[in-house]
Design a protein around this ligand. Structure first.
Ligand code: ADP
Length: 249
């Protein structure tokens, strides 16, 4: 009798989990489509595609676009995290060049680091050319770590991104000369919605979801992440990612 009840509860839980992830994937579309329209039109207005704007109008339209992009990032991150939690995140391996991905990230983030006058260096060690893993997740991990390094580093600082071979793993390091993280906060930064709550970091915009996602993505890739940091000196995030992964759902 009690076994029957347990089975019933299990089926109910599975059904509710399935409807939850269906709901989430529908929501993702329903939320992103109108938001992309808001951002798109704000950008066209801002570029004066519909006629000239005065200074104030331009500033406000710029605010609509920035807020829209922030909201889109938040939605994407929440949906990604819930997808992982529901075990619905797909994992697709291909062979891709590490250098190509480094170049991509450098191009995407160029406006950010050049504006802040941050020197950035990318280095690839011997024996690393391609990796067989999930390309999208690799890029997401790299993008999040490098953009954090730039965000939490003062003007004129230095960021170094390197990849080297360590046995059958790729050792990816993102090191900065930024504000650093206290030992106490190090334990918390991989939890969702955590932003180190100090006066100095409150000034940095963010969702507090980036590192939670990075941690999950690295785990999906069969790897591990760790961090070394000293307040006022800088931080180094190191990911160990298998050079050769295998496809799975
Ligand atoms: P956020 O959207 O706030 O960047 P993350 O999850 O990416 O969220 O990071 C969580 C917190 O960890 C950040 O708010 C910041 O306090 C700290 N942090 C992350 N990366 C760095 C770094 N390179 N240097 C200093 N602090 C960092």
């Amino acid at each position: 009798k009690s076994e029957e009840k347990m089975l019933q509860a299990k089926i109910l839980a599975e059904n509710s989990n399935r409807s939850k992830s269906e709901f989430l994937s529908n929501m993702s579309h329903e939320l992103r489509t109108p938001l992309n329209a808001v951002i798109g039109f704000a950008d066209i207005l801002n570029e004066e595609g519909f006629g000239p704007l005065n200074k104030k109008q331009k500033r406000f339209v710029g605010n609509i676009s920035t807020s829209g992009k922030h909201l889109l990032k938040l939605i994407n991150e929440i949906l990604d995290l819930s997808k992982i939690e529901a075990g619905k995140m797909e994992f697709k391996c291909t062979e891709f060049s590490v250098k190509e991905k480094f170049d991509e990230i450098k191009d995407i983030l160029f406006p950010v680091f050049s504006k802040k006058k941050i020197r950035i260096e990318f280095e690839i060690g011997d024996g690393i050319t391609t990796i067989y893993s999930d390309e999208g997740k690799f890029v997401q991990v790299l993008y999040n770590l490098v953009s954090n390094a730039i965000k939490f580093t003062e003007e004129g600082g230095f960021v170094k991104v390197s990849a080297r071979k360590n046995g059958d793993m790729l050792q990816l390091s993102v090191k900065d000369t930024g504000i650093g993280i206290t030992e106490e906060d190090l334990m918390k930064i991989f939890h969702p919605f955590v932003q180190v709550d100090s006066f100095s970091t409150r000034q940095y915009e963010g969702t507090g979801l980036g590192l939670a996602l990075v941690d999950q993505m690295v785990q999906l890739m069969g790897g591990e992440i760790c961090v070394f940091s000293q307040p006022g000196i800088g931080s180094e995030f190191i990911c160990m990612i298998p050079l050769k992964n295998y496809d799975r759902k």
